[in-house]
Design a binder for this molecule. Structure first.
Ligand SMILES: [Zn+2]
Length: 383
């Protein structure tokens, strides 16, 4: 848990966030001018879809939406921010490992499972609440994740939920590995899996099951997939390619995309970290364009984008700045969230503190399920 001192530091960070975005994008401060929730609800289409993107793994404000970082996120600044509600203070009070933090975002409870083990979350995921409460088929909730360690994130081990009620998970690298099984070494850069520990390298699947997913669900031939993959530069680009195919062919109403290229920062090269942020910025804007172009999504989709967490502060002697997220300091725990879509107020900044576990109850309020076991509260400003 975050201690008192860290929480004071979070508040200080927040006050410096007051001008975080308004100056650059001409945005208004939201807290004083909340409109009527009823009036906004009237603008929300009935067959609403929600897409969550984690701007992962681990991005600090100073390289993203803080004034000195905005040059690294030009696409979101130009195309998304003017249409979004933006929260400048999202606090993650859990374990700062990518899998366990993303699992916590998906359950609305700070999970304590081993970050480096292939384990399901212990509390029900948003996917399970959604499918069970609304009796939705398995085709309606999907996760696309870059790292093999995420293959269990779709459903929890909770006895009232769990097997058969979760999201289907696509790991695009599994697909590529399967497609390559006929021999090729051109794709190593897309198969890089984990930036943190050389001791955790789970075996890639690459079986007939993945090939069937490719062909029968995504309607991609192995040959076309391989040709296209050759044009891509990173695992997250591969994920977006798969996401687009999934949106066209399956059109799930709850879609969760975990990005991870930014975590290359662990290698210690600042330029690679910035390159990861710039690519993720571009992919987020491209995803929004896809949403607006796809008939199944246009005009009825809410997009939520947030980092899983930040990275260590430069001045924390316990860490090594941007390279890692080991200290648990306020900067590494405090990030942002943007929401964009019908019914959400545009160009508004909210400074109040939101908690990472507030995401799931917010999804519940948007989609109509009750996240009864989660610990957070719905973010009322976007409902
Ligand atoms: Zn990391």
């Amino acid at each position: 848990m975050i201690n008192g001192q860290a929480s004071d530091a979070s508040r200080l960070l927040a006050s410096s966030r007051r001008d975080f975005l308004r100056s650059a994008a001409g945005l208004t401060l939201g807290s004083t001018m909340l409109g009527s929730p009823l009036a906004r609800a009237a603008n929300v289409p009935k067959k609403r879809k929600v897409i969550v993107v984690t701007f992962g793994g681990g991005a600090r404000d100073q390289e993203t939406f803080a004034p000195e970082g905005q040059e690294n996120v030009p696409n979101m600044m130009r195309e998304l921010i003017p249409r979004a509600a933006f929260f400048t203070q999202v606090v993650n009070q859990g374990i700062l490992g990518h899998y366990v933090a993303t699992a916590s975002l998906a359950t609305g409870v700070y999970e304590t499972i081993n970050n480096f083990a292939s384990l399901p979350p212990e509390h029900p995921t948003a996917f399970e609440y959604y499918r069970k409460d609304l009796r939705r088929p398995s085709s309606d909730a999907w996760v696309v994740a870059p790292s093999n360690g995420f293959n269990r994130i779709g459903e929890s081990s909770h006895r009232s939920y769990g097997p058969g009620l979760g999201a289907r998970v696509i790991l695009p690298k599994y697909l590529l590995k399967a497609a390559m099984s006929r021999g090729s070494t051109d794709y190593e850069h897309l198969l890089r899996d984990n930036y943190e520990t050389p001791y955790y390298t789970p075996e890639l699947g690459g079986s007939e099951f993945e090939l069937e997913q490719l062909e029968s669900i995504l309607k991609l031939s192995v040959d076309n997939f391989k040709v296209h993959a050759r044009t891509l530069s990173s695992p997250d680009e591969l994920s977006l390619y798969i996401v687009r195919q999934l949106m066209r062919q399956v059109a799930p109403s709850l879609l969760w995309i975990t990005m991870h290229d930014i975590d290359i920062a662990h290698a210690g090269a600042y330029s690679l970290y910035i390159e990861g942020i710039r690519r993720t910025d571009r992919l987020c804007a491209e995803l929004w364009k896809t949403i607006e172009q796809e008939p199944e999504y246009a005009g009825k989709t809410t997009l939520l984008i947030l980092p899983d967490f930040g990275r260590d502060a430069d001045n924390d002697s316990g860490g090594n700045g941007f390279q890692h997220h080991r200290t648990g300091d306020a900067l590494s725990r405090t990030t942002w969230l943007m929401a964009i879509g019908p019914g959400i107020r545009e160009g508004v900044v909210y400074d109040r503190a939101v908690d990472s576990v507030d995401l799931v109850p917010t999804l519940g309020a948007m989609l109509g399920f009750s996240a009864s076991l989660c610990r957070g509260k719905p973010i009322s400003e976007v409902l």
